[in-house]
Write a protein that binds this ligand. Structure first.
Ligand SMILES: *[C@@H]1O[C@H](CO)[C@@H](O)[C@H](O)[C@H]1NC(C)=O
Ligand SMILES: *[C@@H]1O[C@H](CO)[C@@H](O)[C@H](O)[C@H]1NC(C)=O
Length: 451
């Protein structure tokens, strides 16, 4: 504006010093051009900023679970992970299956590590822990020993990390595993199992099984009491926990599946329906299905059909397998929508051809632990199931808890109505969530009292 008022003055001074009208007019035009350019640039910058802010806000506008007070934390978490997810899914279109490769895995690791610890490098040394990487029976592990837990018979936890069998690493779970080792006073063994889609089922399961058997058999060498071994994992790791328990039964003292994924039979459980829009960057129906497809080596072409439950034939929908996950197991008190509490399951549809293709995989109890029959459930070890109210996997976990109880397994349910998928990461750090802290405290207390 000041420039506009000064322009005639500057032109007049120009005329005075040069005594040329032409020079003065040229100067006026030049200054006018500059002014217009300034105005245009300003307008452009302002509108561009507005558009970017609008996009960012739109992206951050995600429904927040009721009861979660850390609204901005949830938004940042969701926006960061959702952006990542979009980028990775694009790579799938360019031929990188599931978007999984060294670079994208590293990227996701760094993003999560930063959200969890505030540093892309994670945490440094800890004087209270002896941490080292090793190899048990050919599988990589990271071992956490509390320096004050001495003696030849220490309790231990074998931990299978989450990440859809395809993502994340022992590195990302480092803070949680340290916390558990120190506060419970037990040895923690984090398993670096091979990942899908390069290594589909049963390779990740076999790696976890191998390490667990090694720990059970080598108690003397490891100074671990083989009668006090717990296994745990979250999400895909919760699945691996349930699958390993199915094999090792009571050789394990306690199993702790944390918001586990346990079946690919019904993707229209109430939790898949009512929770898919809550913090979807962490997990939603589509990403969960992509992980299943990676793990089962099933083509992404069937995605829409499986999401619509078209992958089970009418015969399968009336079989005992449908019973294993039927509404009779639902815990209606934890389903928010009244309508979904009493849902009918239609059995008169499904694609026979696709059903034939996927049947063998999805009915295998080591692929989908909820497909195990009651006899198989009976000898499971003492069980602590952790579930989150705003998680698409909520009902997988709740059905599992119900089926454990029905089979007479001593089972404890830790359900967090305000919980969301991935909350256990955020028990501390720069972005802690109250519900994450509570979940971690309860788990530590239970392990101290029971392991
Ligand atoms: C340690 O575990 C491995 C694998 O499970 C087993 O082959 C080996 O015999 C065990 N060692 C001892 C000393 O029991
Ligand atoms: C996945 O399945 C395809 C056939 O559908 C097969 O050619 C491929 O070898 C399988 N991949 C792995 C890693 O087993």
């Amino acid at each position: 504006m000041a420039l506009l008022y000064c322009m005639p003055l500057v032109a007049f001074m120009f005329y005075k010093s040069t005594q040329s009208w032409k020079a003065a007019v040229a100067c006026l035009i030049y200054l006018g051009g500059l002014a217009w350019l300034g105005i245009l640039t300003t307008l452009l910058t302002v509108s561009l900023t507005l558009v970017l802010a609008f996009i960012l806000l739109e992206f951050m506008h995600t429904p927040i679970p009721e009861g979660v007070t850390e609204v901005w934390g949830a938004r940042i978490l969701d926006a960061a992970l959702r952006f990542n997810g979009k980028f990775i899914l694009k790579l799938h279109d360019f031929g990188v299956r599931g978007g999984c490769c060294r670079a994208t895995r590293k990227l996701v690791d760094v993003v999560l590590k930063t959200l969890i610890t505030g540093s892309p490098f994670g945490k440094g040394a800890d004087p209270k822990l002896n941490i080292f990487d090793s190899n048990f029976d050919g599988v990589g592990v990271r071992v956490y020993e509390p320096v004050d837990a001495t003696g030849p018979k220490r309790p231990a936890l074998v931990y299978y990390h989450g990440g859809g069998w395809s993502w994340l690493s022992v590195d990302v779970y480092d803070p949680a595993n340290r916390e558990l080792a120190k506060r419970v006073g037990m040895v923690v063994i984090a398993v670096d199992y091979r990942q899908s889609p390069e290594h589909p089922h049963p390779i990740p399961f076999n790696d976890c099984l191998k390490v667990t058997e090694y720990v059970l058999k080598n108690g003397t060498k490891l100074k671990i009491d083989p009668n006090r071994i717990a296994i745990s994992g979250d999400s895909a790791g919760g699945h691996l926990t349930a699958a390993v328990s199915l094999r090792l039964k009571k050789k394990i003292k306690i199993q702790i599946p944390i918001y586990p994924c346990l079946q690919l039979f019904d993707l229209k459980t109430p939790s898949y329906i009512e929770n898919k829009d809550f913090i979807p960057g962490m997990l939603c129906d589509i990403s969960m299905l992509a992980y299943w497809l990676n793990y089962g080596n099933i083509s992404y072409d069937h995605m829409d059909m499986i999401l619509a439950n078209e992958h089970t034939s009418p015969t399968l929908k009336k079989s005992k397998y449908a019973d294993y996950v039927s509404p009779k197991w639902y815990m209606n008190e934890y389903i928010r929508s009244e309508k979904l509490r009493h849902m009918e399951k239609p059995t008169d549809f499904g694609n026979e051809e696709l059903s034939k293709i996927v049947e063998k995989t999805i009915l295998d109890p080591y692929f989908a632990p909820l497909m195990a029959d009651e006899e198989e459930f009976k000898d499971l070890p003492q069980t602590y199931v952790l579930t989150a109210g705003y998680d698409v996997l909520r009902d997988d976990g709740l059905i599992y808890y119900q089926r454990c109880k029905a089979a007479g397994v001593p089972a404890h349910l830790a359900h967090y109505e305000d919980g969301f998928h991935g909350m256990i990461f955020f028990f501390a750090g720069p972005m802690p969530f109250q519900v994450g802290k509570r979940a971690m405290n309860d788990l530590v207390k239970y392990l101290k009292e029971n392991l």
